[in-house]
Design a protein around this ligand. Sequence first.
Ligand code: ATP
Length: 362
Amino acid sequence: MAGCTRKTGIFGGTLDPVHLGHLRSAEEIIDAFGLHEIWFIPAARPPHKDAPAITGFQHRLSMVRLAVSGNPRFRVLDMESRRPGPSYSIDTLRELNRRYGKSHDFFFIMGADAFLDIEIWKEYRKLVDFCSIIVMSRDDTLYSEAKAVIARAWPEYTSPEPHCFNCGNSGRIFFQKVTRLEISATSIREKVRRGKSIRYLVPENVREYMETNRLYTQELKENNLEDNTEYSKPGPDSARAVEIARAIHDNKGEDIVVLDIRGLSAFADFFIIAHGRSTRHVEGITGKIRRSLRDKKIRCSGVEGESESKWVLMDYDDCIVHIFYEPVRAFYDLEGLWADAPRLDWQEAQGAENPSSARAGG
Ligand code: ATP
């Protein structure tokens, strides 16, 4: 972490929904540690929560965006929606360090209650290789339990001063008192379900968004399955997405869907999703489309998930291609997560050669 300049807090979580407890504590952490900014990174698929019970990622992301608007020190990143599988913090921190490690010094922020469970997190011991950790609490009630967690997880750490633990060049672990408002996302969801007011517990624009989208008023499964599908017409700026969709079609990929995520994500313009019926089928499709696109001078700048071939992600810069093994596609439901994204009518550009295969899944 040497040579880092911008002190940046990372505030993750399900944020279902984001509330004033999150925002107020983040604001206090900025001042206490002299951070330049805090990046809110909602978990796309929280590893320890029941997926169907969580509100769609797009809704949670939109609410965080509204909540931080107007605060120049807060930013929102949607990066966890782009990675296959559960949203593990260690993977996010690795990616952040790969992208911004030279210029940023990261501080991973979490509540003391979350910290007490850290030993069930993936590769939790390695978190301090990528960041310092700030554990927020209202008082010292959980401090001795948290110290016991450190003694087990990072026995090499010492505490030269109260509420700060360190060891060599690894990230430090800090305890910081904040005004912990007595608000939880669970209690907000519960209030809405019972028709009670949540005014002054969330920012007003978030409350309005929840109301407009009728969030938390009914069983979440129903909410998430609402069909708001819109279609967008292909144009010159979607030519590459159409070309890729066509290559997937020619190489026997099934149920091709092109999501137009311009304006919804800063990382890419299109998600192109398809599946194969077996992992061998997925392997075959991905190899063939890579070769046929390379022949057309469309180069892939990175591939993930190829060894298992259950979810292969191919990075074509502004187009991200996801080729799934069929049941894995249904499980992760990317189309559901990105329900706000219009679908590009790519087969219109290719002359409706095989409309059934192109439209299926839409
Ligand atoms: P839920 O009730 O659904 O479990 P939550 O409100 O606890 O949700 P999360 O999205 O799970 O929120 O939490 C994100 C992070 O915010 C966690 O590190 C959590 O400890 C912290 N946090 C949650 N509520 C508060 C609060 N009132 N004040 C400060 N931090 C909080």
